[in-house]
Design a protein around this ligand. Structure first.
Ligand SMILES: Nc1ncnc2c1ncn2[C@@H]1O[C@H](COP(=O)(O)OP(=O)(O)OP(=O)(O)O)[C@@H](O)[C@H]1O
Length: 244
């Protein structure tokens, strides 16, 4: 199986103000290289290890200080950046003043109103929602429903890689289960790749086939879930212990 993402010598540092007029650079991601081969990957690591900073660079939200990110997926002509991020703070993912219709329309190129509505209805159905939600505002919907809207919006914009940043951590387990089932179905139909930033080893092992473990801005380990028990990462070992 080929590598669909190859990251080489990637670094990110932020300027931190120390004294008046003096800025010191702080290295957050430190010259890391890795690749993803499997369709579903989890990024693990202690709080502050650089997970969010890394995925912000993968999705193009942040520019790397140096290094290279190469994505080997078939590029859709309709989409410049084929990677979408689904945030933890899903309430701010959709403008609360927007109706679902407006939130979806934002990402579409279609100008024919009828075709656009058909496409929206179709995609809402795929994510398990009825067209009734189109004229509701984000504030009138549950967390699970908003996550589904975010996924629908990514599908409409022809995304090929979905990155979830602790997106499910505030949802109840039944809703998470339903969302994972949905993602499983969509993966095949849309040939999607998933990346989950998570603190949950359960989610990582249940849904993912490959793990990337970060520690203090460096890659501590990159391994297949099937080799989990041979992990050398202290963090992963602690997660396993906590689960038993
Ligand atoms: N814009 C920024 N400017 C300065 N420092 C930043 C910025 N964004 C993140 N950092 C710092 O980078 C480090 C890594 O943060 P990051 O959010 O990537 O970690 P994380 O592994 O995702 O943590 P968590 O699991 O708690 O979400 C932290 O020390 C954070 O304070």
């Amino acid at each position: 199986m080929g590598e669909w993402l190859v990251v080489t010598n990637l670094s990110k540092s932020y300027g931190v103000s120390r004294f008046l007029f003096s800025k010191k650079k702080r290295d957050i991601i430190k010259n890391i290289s890795f690749s993803f081969k499997k369709d579903s990957v989890a990024i693990l690591g202690e709080s502050g290890s650089g997970k969010t900073t890394l995925i912000k660079m993968l999705s193009g939200i942040e520019k790397p200080s140096s290094g290279d990110i190469k994505l080997n997926v078939t590029q859709s002509p309709k989409k410049k950046n084929p990677i979408s991020m689904i945030f933890q703070d899903y309430w701010s993912a959709i403008n609360p003043r927007f109706t679902v219709y407006e939130a979806l329309k934002e990402t579409m190129n279609e100008t024919d109103e009828k075709k656009m509505l058909d496409e929206m209805t179709n995609i809402l159905k795929k994510v398990g929602l009825s067209a009734d939600v189109l004229y509701k505002k984000a504030t009138e919907m549950s967390g699970g429903q908003i996550q589904r809207i975010c996924i629908a919006r990514s599908l409409l914009s022809r995304t090929q890689v979905l990155i979830f940043d602790e997106s499910f951590s505030s949802l109840d387990l039944i809703v998470v289960d339903q969302l994972l089932d949905l993602l499983m179905e969509l993966r095949k139909e849309y040939k999607l790749k998933y990346v989950f930033v998570t603190h949950s080893l359960e989610l990582a092992t249940y849904f993912c086939e490959e793990l990337l473990v970060l520690k203090d801005g460096e890659v501590e380990e990159s391994l297949l879930v099937s080799n989990l028990m041979h992990s050398n990462s202290v963090y992963v070992k602690e997660l396993i212990k906590a689960q038993i």
